[in-house]
Design a protein around this ligand. Structure first.
Ligand code: GLU
Length: 497
């Protein structure tokens, strides 16, 4: 095995990239990049007859979004290609022929139904339902007879029957599997396609992979992989099986827990750098208290020794918090650039803002960033910056907009704003406080109805700074419109209607 570290990410093109796949990809990438090695992207499509272009694009898209790059792969080529398993059938065939010639594999003519029936019987007798070895010692003559019966064989590996297979896993420690429990696995199907076990072992060796880092769902498969390597006279790569990712109820992360495909997180409004941080902290810790870590800090602190064997829980609240922390750290111009496409899509903003509008948008997102946890928050919570057509929430109606004195307060405020020379937070605040004094009420009695009228809600960032970002004539028009609706009794809480 070469000294240079070579890892691989080997997804099956299923048409979506699960959080678990992204997690595995990231850990392979971190490990290779940390130690100056290579990342190979290999497409494992032996279950499908062909991998579709769309399924590949999903994989490329997910990895690119996360900023995970690779050195060799179907799109970039490399010295060990092709990197799509369905294009490597002759390579697998060559190795199968070797095993058959050496008697380390054999032809099996049992149909899947026959195998299953016999398994049923074994289960009923309380025996491990492994392949019972019916075809393991067929003679040439018997094989020919099977063919005359119209049967086409698959190929099975002759596994050891006694002793143990010991896996020295860099995360899970020493894992021991008894050889008496494992039947002879199929390594090549009737169709001439290799099975996952065979293709993975051949390719890891052919591609010079030094380190196999993957989910611990594959740990039991490693028993077969180690024995296949021995049968083929191939080196064992180092293994590291990452702990399983669970939902908050501690069952395997699945659709029931919410978003499971990595691109759903993009849609929900996560930043890719936050997602990398969130994924990195699943089953790994930097060894200190830090939780918000940049990609560079993660790389710096990363090691397989820092990975835990215990399953990790995907905590969505913590994920949102982390994303919010990342949004706070971004420069307002950068944050504006990231929020903008969502605003365009929601019809709240023009596709090509002028420099002044970009600057304005930077002000808006900056003002909101203490409260926003996701990029989508801006569309959901801050529509009033972009349109006059916002909803008056029930709480705003109940607490302020249905109160008898509110229309007069709003109108008085509209008059005062119109008379104001400047339009900035300081002058706005001065006007509001002055009006409160004139009316003989506390400032809150003007501030809250004003917020309810201009934004339709009772919560939000500093009112004076918020108003500054909305053109004065719009603010005045909103105050007058709301006063009118309120006076006409149209802003009663809807619950009460
Ligand atoms: N293609 C396998 C999967 O998607 C990965 C195999 C491996 O890492 O050994 O689960």
């Amino acid at each position: 095995m070469s000294d240079r570290i070579r890892t691989r990410f080997a997804p099956s093109p299923t048409g979506s990239m699960h959080v678990g796949n992204a997690h595995t990809a990231l850990f392979n990438w971190l490990y290779a990049r940390k130690y100056g090695g290579d990342v190979v992207l290999r497409i494992e499509d032996t279950d499908e007859l062909r991998s579709t272009r769309e399924a590949l694009d999903v994989i490329y898209g997910g990895l690119s979004w996360l900023g995970i790059d690779w050195d060799e792969g179907p799109d970039r080529g490399g010295p060990y290609g092709p990197y799509v398993q369905s294009e490597r059938l002759d390579i697998y065939q060559k190795h199968v022929d070797e095993l058959l010639a050496a008697g380390k594999a054999y032809r099996c003519y049992c149909t899947p139904d026959e195998v299953e029936q016999r398994r049923e019987i074994m289960r009923a007798r309380g025996l491990p339902p492994r392949y019972d070895g019916k075809c393991e010692s067929l003679t040439e003559h018997q094989c020919e007879q099977m063919v005359t019966e119209g049967r086409t064989p698959c190929i099975r590996l002759r596994m050891k029957r006694t002793g143990n297979t010991v896996i020295h896993d860099r995360i899970q420690g020493e894992v021991v599997y008894g050889n008496d429990l494992c039947g002879d696995p199929v390594i090549m199907k009737v169709s001439g396609f290799p099975t996952y076990h065979f293709a993975v072992v051949v390719d890891d060796a052919e591609m010079g992979i030094t380190d196999v880092i993957r989910g611990d769902g594959h740990l039991p498969n490693t028993q077969i992989h180690l024995q296949l390597q021995e049968a083929l006279g191939l080196p064992h790569p180092r293994y590291a099986h990452l702990p399983m990712i669970l939902g908050e109820d501690r069952t395997k992360l699945s659709k029931r827990h919410g978003a499971v495909s990595i691109m759903e997180y993009q849609e929900l409004g996560y930043l890719p750098e936050a997602m990398v941080n969130i994924l990195a902290l699943l089953g790994w810790s930097p060894g200190d208290e830090r939780e918000v870590l940049s990609r560079e800090e993660i790389l710096e602190a990363f090691s397989l020794e820092g990975c835990s064997k215990a399953a990790s829980v995907f905590d969505i609240k913590k994920a949102e918090w982390l994303n919010g922390e990342y949004m706070k750290q971004l420069a307002p111009e950068d944050l504006a650039r990231r929020v903008h496409p969502r605003l365009v899509e929601a019809g709240l903003m023009e596709a090509e803002p002028t420099p002044e509008r970009w600057e304005w948008l930077a002000g808006v997102v900056d003002l909101m960033k203490e409260r926003a946890k996701l990029l989508s928050t801006y569309v959901q919570w801050a529509a009033y910056f972009f349109t006059d057509e916002y909803d008056y929430e029930d709480r705003a109606r109940e607490k302020w907009l249905s109160k008898e004195e509110t229309p007069a307060t709003l109108e008085a405020l509209a008059d005062a704003f119109e008379a104001l020379g400047a339009w900035d937070a300081v002058s706005i605040e001065g006007t509001v406080r002055e009006l409160a004094e004139t009316l003989g009420v506390g400032a809150g009695k003007v501030i809250h109805p004003c917020r309810a009228a201009v934004t339709g809600t009772t919560v939000g960032p500093s009112l004076f700074h918020l108003l500054e970002l909305i053109p004065r004539e719009d603010v005045v028009a909103r105050l007058r419109r709301t006063a009118e609706l309120s006076r006409a009794g149209q802003l009663a809480p809807r619950d009460a209607e």
